[in-house]
Ligand binder design. Sequence first.
Ligand SMILES: [Zn+2]
Length: 488
Amino acid sequence: MFVEVLLIVFMALAAVFILMLLRAAYMPTKQIASKKAPEPMEFDLDAASEKLAASLRFRTVSGAGFDEEAEAEFLKLHEHLRKSYPNVFLKSEVTVHGGRSLLLRLFGKDKTLKPVIFMGHMDVVPVEASSTDRWLKPAFGGTVEEGFIWGRGALDCKHVVSGLLEAMETLLVSGYEPVRGIYLAFGHDEETGGANGAAAIGTFLEAEGTKAWMVLDEGGKVDCPGHITGRPLEAVVSIVEKGFASFRLDVDIPGGHSARPPKENAISVLIKAADRVNNHVFTPRLKGPLADLLGFAGTEMGFWKRLAIANMWIAKPFVVGWLGSSPSTDCLMRTTAVTTILKAGMKDNVIPSHAEAIVNTRPAFGETPESVRCELERAICDKRVKITASGHQHTPSNASSVDCDQFRLLQEAIARHFEDPVVIPGILTGGTDTKHYANLSDAVYRFIPIKLAHELAEGVHGINERIPVDEYGRMIAFYMDFMREATR
Ligand SMILES: [Zn+2]
């Protein structure tokens, strides 16, 4: 009898495993091959690189409040762009928003078609004074040397601004007339939230009743090797952006003399709360954009991960364990929360009566700042800790579709311009200016057509920011090709 039961259990397990194998084997690939080579289009890469390098010399640093020096630098950058790409400025309607942001609108031949909006930003993050001696070339020198274009903004993201303008200039010189309109929208305060730049452009377009066929901004790139699949080239097109919400924790408990400390005080209660926040694990959200991501990645992965992704009905814990094994993948599936500021005390022999902390969270798709606040309250579970919202808060963006012409067009263009890439719909954990364009289109994607090794990507907001000249050439060729395909 016992042997029979064992045999039945074994056969049932074998049947389940065979079913899992079949599901993995027949999991449909979402990757598409390049149908054709891009139409060749000549442009002068040396001259284009010099123009980008020159734009890096303007210190268009994003900071808090109005800054006269930065203002003048922005105006000089505008003038440089106007001179460098004369046809774009001549043939487009140019408007300035929020004082320094630019919107260039090249209207299409068919006015009934919705335009494509290409976004970028002209501001850059500051260079830390303590780091200047570690830059191999001056941060605001803007030079082309050793096969790279060097300077703050080369990767975030004046290369996008100049690359788009270069592509459009070349197309216009060749006599190209788009059927669908092409809008270029360049913000000036993305690094501080975009409240005056992109927000002003977004409000302006919304008030006009503009709806865009598609919006393309920074926020994804081609990683080599890939973070998710480990494949040599992984193109991440972000389809959603996580939210942003900071909270302030306040604890008020009467203090006193440090020679007679009570069991608990404001600091000890706050530290316990901060620790609970840091160790709190939010529920994984495997549906929606993460399901899209896994659907595209699954067929490109090794045997066990492919088996698990194809069989989420039984292998969900394995997938959650795998994603959770690294902070860079864990943050894709759930809300994160971490204490970033602590303040308390003013004298070594006084127990303070007040202690406060700031917790920064990134709400996952499907959550809101308020739902996160409630969860933090439950996690801290201490009425003495008051939790209130701090600073600007954003709910996660809508998730754009991966099953539409816009996404397919991007996927095809990526396949044409990169060697055997895997395309993955990404979840952006940082923020972009697209949050101000949410009402303009259902198809909002974040992708820069550039292949970046990890050590070069560290230049973003870091030191020795530089872009390889040939990658900049690839970006321009990609933008020309994609502009034509999306607007013909
Ligand atoms: Zn940026």
